[in-house]
Design a protein around this ligand. Sequence first.
Ligand code: AMP
Ligand code: GLY
Length: 419
Amino acid sequence: MRILVVGGGGREHAICWALKKSPKVTELYCAPGNGGIASVAECVPIQVNQFEEIAQFAIDQTIDLVVIGPDDPLSEGIVDHLEAKGLSVFGPRQNAAIIEGSKVFTKQLLKKYNIPTAAYESFERYEDAVAYLRRQQAPIVIKADGLAAGKGVIVAQTLGEAEKALHDIMVAKVFGESGNQVVIEEFLTGQEMSILSFVDGETVCPMIPAQDHKAVYDNDKGPNTGGMGTYSPLPHIPQAVIDESIETIIKPTAKAMVAEGRPFRGVLFAGLMLTPNGPKTIEFNARFGDPETQVVLPRLKTDLLDIFLAAVNGRLDQMKIEWSEEAAVCVILASEGYPGSYPKGLPIEGLEDVQDSIVFHAGTAVKDGGVVTNGGRVLGVTALGRDIAEARAKAYADADRIRFQGKHNRTDIAKKALV
Ligand code: AMP
Ligand code: GLY
């Protein structure tokens, strides 16, 4: 089969890497891809928002299945656009991708169907939001309604900080239209866990859980990023809690989307907080997580293409998905300055010295035959091992073998799972 993956980050590298193992895949393309994806797929210079060009390429190349990686094109309706041209696509349609694209929509959905989440209020007017905020207590969480490249959530430690966030979002419009509405939410405490599931309507096939590290520095200090590292499994979280999350949050949400006339088909990503009062929803995403995918797919034993095809053909309920018992740890190597501004085009050395890891490229390009930095998150170094300790030791040993100017990474990925 001829497959096209849309996207160009570490997630798409992991998807291409997994698809490449399928004996059914004869041609694999990625638009636009990156310096590392080029080693497993043919990269085509089309950007993820060029729907017309993507459709034309897929038609000309008689592509059998298009797989969409990132959130932005999903929210903008790429699946509807490609399906209207007769293409077969893995990913949610626009009316279902809203579960990530609008936090107000999702909070209302969860409330309507009694699905556990933080208490909240939403606002369209800045004055109303501020008046409400001044009656609350810190810490408190402010969320821009729409997509904001992972930066639209502010966990404010003081009401002053929260008020500044409201002003930035609703008045200064730092996230543009995404700030037309805000959610002000109760601060939840507990361990975080991500569960990604293959979903087709009411059929939910959960993947093995993973944990991300959002803050840029060790001990969860500093501003939030897209994710600085992940691991799976989570040995310190009881299976009963994982099962409870699936039964009380993920399955009811898939069902609610069907009831709303917005059946979800694709990967539904639940960001969960394991509070003293049970698991609660932090957010839903309409796609694979990045860098969750870089630890989840290396543990997948079933052919990924078979799962995609089953979902697209409404046969997901007949799939038996198998996972390896091994543990996986992914350490992200980031550019100097990330998650703020950062330089690009710096040469990366030592990739050939890597011994025990899979290196997923997140933001790289090929220049003059060499690999250079081309993004904030540059590489994801994933290692598998008998347990978290072994996987972690291998990933860090290989992370140290890779060099570029200004490289930084957290040194405590998966540390929580060691105690
Ligand atoms: P999100 O972009 O929705 O994943 O939020 C980013 C991060 O903010 C999450 O991973 C949590 O660490 C934190 N967060 C979001 N909502 C809450 C909440 N209600 N209480 C505590 N932390 C939260
Ligand atoms: N790692 C978090 C996300 O993909 O949104």
